[in-house]
Design a protein around this ligand. Structure first.
Ligand SMILES: Cc1cc2nc3c(=O)[nH]c(=O)nc-3n(C[C@H](O)[C@H](O)[C@H](O)COP(=O)(O)O)c2cc1C
Length: 368
């Protein structure tokens, strides 16, 4: 038996967690076309709970029936049918005593599939870098989005708050606002996708404003739910971006979200390892800085299936919790393996090919 530091209990607000290992949010494009969660998804999430994870965070879930959807077959929390369909998922996970948080996401310009037929909107009419993601059903360049009006921004805030209330009704223990990885809220935060000259554009304090408005409104709508926020420097369509003001920008951002009532901060590491995205030029890590500035639990991400790195991050005071994406896909029972010193399966990208669906991963397992 090992006593890896990730296996010690902790809590977020008043929610007890059996350990510090969370399943990272992972889009699986496996919902029904109308955005309802399926029995296959309930089985998928239940497997992580059975495997010993202390916390589950769902795939990015769209918030409204207008512009927020990012992918065809992405689940939503945008109507009553979505609430009813998530219920068996939250029940399955709760039967095993594990809390589950819904990640709420507005895709903005990075939408490559919208069931409701709406065009993309974003802070500014800037075509996204790169190409649509084929593993999530896209192909070719993203369209240039329409610039959002102030009324559109209000609609986005309302959409997030209403989706958070639906998450509560569906039995979720909390919500995590997706302000990372290049989606709408991160498009506001990023200098090259936000060229606005109103209150949402300009310096970093303005660029984080839409995120903090979303968080405050959710806090009001669902005071009893755990509320988290996910932030990142890198994006699904740009692994090189770093906050231009470095540690100073990070401090402004972390203070602003902490002041908006969040219970935890989740720092994503899209496309790169933790240490590549987290290290600041002065030698500190961005996650340790987030802890210092916010005084809140901070979740680190990026290659935490390297259990030595995972231990160093926790023991070194760089984070309180760890989220695992690829490591969890390859090892839905990773915490159980870690506690009994068993080897971990290596992640194989074939699991997500040709698309990142749950059924393709199951077929990949059956072929081995
Ligand atoms: C299949 C897949 C889907 C993902 N979907 C999301 C998502 O919906 N929301 C999100 O914030 N990050 C998403 N990510 C990013 C992961 O949460 C995580 O940040 C990334 O995989 C790095 O962590 P890892 O090294 O543990 O895999 C996804 C990653 C994968 C592999």
């Amino acid at each position: 038996m090992t006593t890896h530091p990730a296996l010690t209990p902790t809590r977020i607000r008043d929610t007890d967690l059996a350990n510090r290992l969370a399943v990272a949010p992972m889009t699986r494009v496996s919902a029904a076309p109308d955005g309802t969660a399926t029995p296959e998804m309930a089985d998928y999430y239940r497997a992580y709970a059975a495997g010993g994870f202390g916390l589950l965070i769902t795939e990015g879930t769209y918030t409204d029936t207008t512009h927020s959807q990012g992918y065809l077959n992405q689940p939503g929390l945008a109507c009553d049918a979505h609430v009813n369909a998530w219920r068996p998922v939250t029940d399955a996970v709760h039967e095993l005593g594990v809390p589950i948080v819904a990640q709420l996401m507005h895709a903005g310009a990075l939408s490559q599939g919208n069931e409701y037929g709406f065009p993309t909107i974003a802070p500014s009419p800037v075509a996204p870098r790169g190409q649509m993601l084929e593993e999530y059903g896209g192909y070719g360049p993203w369209p240039t989005p329409r610039e959002m009006t102030a009324a559109d921004a209000e609609d986005v805030v309302d959409g997030f708050a209403a989706a958070a209330a639906r998450a509560r009704d569906a039995g979720f223990d909390g919500v995590e606002v997706h302000a990372a990885n290049g989606y709408l809220l991160d498009q506001f935060l990023t200098t090259y996708t936000n060229t606005r000259d109103d209150e949402y554009g300009g310096d970093v304090a303005n660029r984080i404003l839409l995120t903090t408005r979303v968080l405050r409104r959710i806090r009001q709508a669902v005071p009893d739910l755990v509320l988290g926020v996910r932030l990142s420097q890198t994006k699904v369509n740009d692994f090189t971006y770093r906050w231009p003001g470095g540690a100073a920008d990070a401090e402004t951002i972390f203070a602003a979200v902490a002041d908006s009532g969040v219970d935890y901060l989740h720092i994503a590491s899209e496309g790169q390892d933790f240490i590549e995205t987290a290290r600041l030029s002065d030698g500190r890590t961005i996650t340790a800085l987030a802890r210092d500035v916010s005084g809140l639990p901070v979740m680190a991400n990026g290659g935490m299936h390297d259990v030595t790195q995972a231990a160093d991050v926790l023991d070194g005071g760089h984070a309180d919790l760890l989220s695992l994406g690829r490591g969890a896909l390859a090892n839905p029972d990773l915490p159980r393996k870690l506690s009994s010193d068993r080897d971990l399966e290596k992640f194989d990208h074939g699991m997500l090919s040709p698309m990142a669906t749950i059924s393709n991963a199951r077929a990949w397992r059956a072929r081995r």
